[in-house]
Design a protein around this ligand. Structure first.
Ligand code: PA5
Length: 436
């Protein structure tokens, strides 16, 4: 039987009093009502709230079919997008496929090599990517809701041109799939004119909440990940995270504790993982919370951490530096693979005391030791545990964080679904570039 992801704040209890949570509960439940009834700030972009129940099944089947087609026919898939139009797919692919996916043989992968482009404007990245791809048959999924974001638009210009030169217009039509607004924007217009297959970024779902829509799902399907299980996990989390009591609702608990931490001056949250395959998951989470909460001169600053790696670089600060931090750890009960440490005849490296233990068990002890040390050092620790790394639990994880983020925004008194601040640099850049 499938289990559920679990949220645990025992290791932060010494930093809060239980009545503080009791006092917050009515506000949280009210925020939840407002969110579900689409009555709060940014309500026009809160369509993700019941998305796991109401997503378009017909389009979902079309995504799976397109994913299969890409897996069978493409040698390389380039996913072009930035921010909310890229991080979710990358998070899923990095977590749920092999760590060295692109280095495996085609038989082992069962699909194309997958690369990302259009999430920066670096000529070095672009040229090196083109070099690595070489003469291989390229398919593209270009993802942009507005269809006008500079980074993906520039990368798409390059890849479209390359495919057309190699395969002609007809070949490009087969190989380019656009995920964009249902009716507006330059990309929609181009896709219509060129006859590309298109998928829709729903009007009612903002970029950073769009992983469970075609934005994330098509590249994820092309990576061979089971979308039915992923959506089933999200639906399960919808039900868990809609419960009307703090004691039963993990998203409400996480939102409540974060808010208490913030009120106590803990203005930086570290999302910690002991598995490097969570790296892009933490990038996705950083955007979700940073762009949702960081406004009106308020908000918790989200920082991603990879332990034990970063304990050897940032560990000193976390243990001993300015005391404005709290940490949330992503834990995995059972990794997909593990390795037992063997005994040496002569204990030359002094590690025989670990013989018989597995790498995962050692990693777990590192976590326990770190949490003890950090708690003593004044860094409260929250834990989110996944039974395993599977599409089902990934779906739960995504919905858990999205829901907690919406609630956190309302508790903080901000609109968690807009991002007015992102425009400031663009205005300057376009002026400097002489955009007409
Ligand atoms: O969350 C957001 O709204 C942003 O990160 C956008 O997703 C990002 O800027 C990309 O925008 P677009 O999909 O319009 O190209």
């Amino acid at each position: 039987m499938e289990k559920n992801i679990t949220f645990d704040y025992q290791r932060a209890e010494e930093f809060i009093k239980s009545h503080e949570l009791d006092y917050l509960e009515p506000y949280l439940l009210q925020a939840q009502e407002v969110l579900h009834r689409l009555e709060g700030p940014g309500r026009e972009y809160a369509g993700w709230v019941d998305w796991p129940l109401k997503y378009n099944r017909e389009e979902f089947e079309r995504i799976k079919a397109a994913g299969e087609r890409i897996r069978e026919r493409a040698e390389v898939l380039v996913v072009i997008g930035i921010g909310g139009s890229y991080l979710g797919a990358r998070a899923a692919l990095e977590l749920l496929t092999h760590t060295f996916y692109n280095r495996l043989s085609r038989e082992e992968r069962g699909g194309p090599e997958i690369y990302f482009a259009g999430f920066n404007m670096s000529p070095i990245y672009l040229e090196h990517l083109l070099e690595v791809i070489g003469e291989k048959d390229i398919w593209v999924n270009v993802v942009s809701k507005s269809g006008t974001t500079l980074e993906p638009a520039l990368a798409f210009r390059v890849f479209r041109d390359l495919i057309e030169k190699r395969r002609g217009k007809e070949g490009a039509r087969e190989r380019i799939i656009a995920t964009t607004d249902k009716s507006r924007g330059a990309l929609k217009k181009l896709a219509e004119e060129e006859g590309y297959e298109t998928f829709t970024v729903p009007d009612e779902v903002g970029g950073r909440y769009s992983l469970l829509t075609p934005v994330g799902l098509l590249p994820i399907a092309a990576g061979g990940i089971d979308l039915d299980k992923l959506m089933a996990g999200a639906e399960k989390a919808y039900h868990l995270c809609s419960k009307k009591s703090l004691a039963e609702n993990p998203s409400c608990q996480y939102a409540a504790i974060r808010n208490l931490m913030y009120r106590k001056g803990k203005i930086i949250e570290l999302l910690v993982s002991y598995e490097p395959s969570f790296y892009y998951f933490t990038e996705w989470w950083k955007q979700l919370f940073g762009e949702s909460e960081g406004k009106d001169k308020k908000g918790i600053f989200p920082a991603g951490m990879n332990f034990t790696t970063d304990l050897h670089s940032l560990g000193q600060y976390i243990q001993d530096g300015y005391r404005n931090l709290f940490a949330t750890t992503l834990q995995v009960e059972k990794p997909p693979v593990d390795r037992e440490i063997f005994k040496l005849q002569e204990d030359m490296d002094g590690l025989n005391y670990l013989a018989g233990k597995t790498f995962h068990q050692v990693n777990q002890k590192a976590w326990e030791g770190t949490v003890m040390a950090h708690t003593e050092g004044g860094v409260p620790n929250l834990t989110l545990t996944l039974p395993e790394i599977t599409p089902y639990y990934f779906g739960q994880l995504i919905y858990f964080f999205e829901k907690a983020c919406g609630l956190s925004g309302y508790l903080l008194g901000v609109n968690p679904f807009d991002q007015p601040g992102v425009e400031a640099y663009k205005k300057n850049m376009f002026r400097l570039l002489g955009k007409p």
